[in-house]
Ligand binder design. Structure first.
Ligand code: NDP
Length: 290
């Protein structure tokens, strides 16, 4: 310890929306900003690109699928900064619509990175969060609760459980594990889930965000805020460059949430749209996707 300097971290920020969030934070955040990347070469290339634009980001290797990488990064943050002020959980994967991998495999791998390993990362890193820390979980338009279709009893019960204010992390984990299990035999829709592993992973992240905020509300550290966000439909590798928004436009809402001022009343545990609009995750309506 420590360096009283503040520090911000964006996971999966060697390219795409994460890269643009780092750029925005470099311009606006009063402290050090970390590009993190699972691949050191890609991460350092991103840092060089940002330096050419006049920014001074830091770099650390981070693969959220590799627990030892996460633990190394945690130790580094602890010894260099004594904590963490801003965390943007941006890293995620998505299979393409024409992917040939069976749905069972897509479900296993998508949930592993986007849900289970994002949760593990939070569990390892959250003890470092300082009072007034801001956490942003990058979700999606398909992470809205209403993406669970159907008015049958099973779908209604699934939505009800996911949106219950009593839902625990353990119960949510069990529900997502049940999705993965059911996906092995193609039975996931019988449990009410959408026919998309990616959508389910993001519904899980937005549900998790609500539980995390409740825990922060009772934390001894003052004023820690977490929100999930749909960044918009953005021109990145993930969308095969079909999204109409630039990565800078996609970074607007995540960066805004990362820099929310002290002691704000809302959004907290909210679901926020790319135009900074707070959307009712439980009842909708889901705004139009650009
Ligand atoms: P990209 O595919 O362009 O970038 C994803 C980033 O995540 C890359 O840096 C990738 O690293 C990294 N990543 C993937 N797995 C891991 C891992 N295990 N550990 C660390 N980093 C990892 O995606 P986008 O920029 O489009 O997406 C960013 C976020 O926004 C995601 O959460 C996505 O789901 C969400 N989103 C995107 C939308 C869009 O329209 N683009 C719409 C809605 C949500 P590498 O380069 O090594 O693969």
């Amino acid at each position: 310890m420590s360096n009283a300097r503040k520090v911000a971290v964006v996971t999966g920020s060697n390219k795409g929306i994460g890269f643009a969030i780092v750029k925005e934070l470099c311009a606006k955040f009063d402290g050090d900003v970390f590009v993190t990347s699972r691949d050191e070469g890609r991460g350092k290339a991103a840092v060089e690109e940002l330096k050419k634009l006049g920014f001074q980001p830091n770099f650390h290797q981070l693969d959220i699928d590799d627990e030892s990488s996460v633990l190394r990064f945690k130790d580094y943050l602890k010894s260099e900064y004594g904590g963490l002020d801003v965390l943007v959980n941006n890293a995620a994967i998505a299979f393409k619509n024409d992917a040939t991998e069976p749905f069972s495999e897509q479900a296993t791998l998508t949930m592993r990175t986007n849900f289970f390993n994002t949760l593990r990362f939070c569990n390892i890193i959250f003890p470092l969060l300082k009072p007034h820390a801001r956490v942003v979980n990058v979700s999606s338009s398909v992470g809205h609760l209403r993406k669970i279709p159907g008015d049958d009893d099973v779908s209604v019960a699934l939505r009800k459980k996911l949106s219950s204010s009593d839902l625990t992390v353990e119960e949510l984990v069990k529900m997502i594990e049940d999705f993965v299990k059911a996906a092995q035999t193609g039975n996931h829709q019988k449990l009410g889930w959408p026919n998309s592993a990616y959508s389910t992973s993001k519904i899980g992240i937005s549900a998790l965000t609500r539980i995390q905020q409740k825990a922060f509300d009772h934390d001894s550290r003052e004023d820690i805020v977490v929100n999930s966000v749909h960044p918009g439909y953005v021109d990145t590798d993930m969308t095969s460059h079909k999204g109409p928004l630039t990565i800078e436009q996609g970074a607007v809402a995540p960066s805004w949430l990362a820099l929310l001022p002290s002691n704000i009343k809302e959004p907290k545990g909210g679901y926020v749209w790319y135009e900074k609009q707070i959307v009712d995750w439980v009842n909708g309506p889901v705004p139009t996707v650009v």
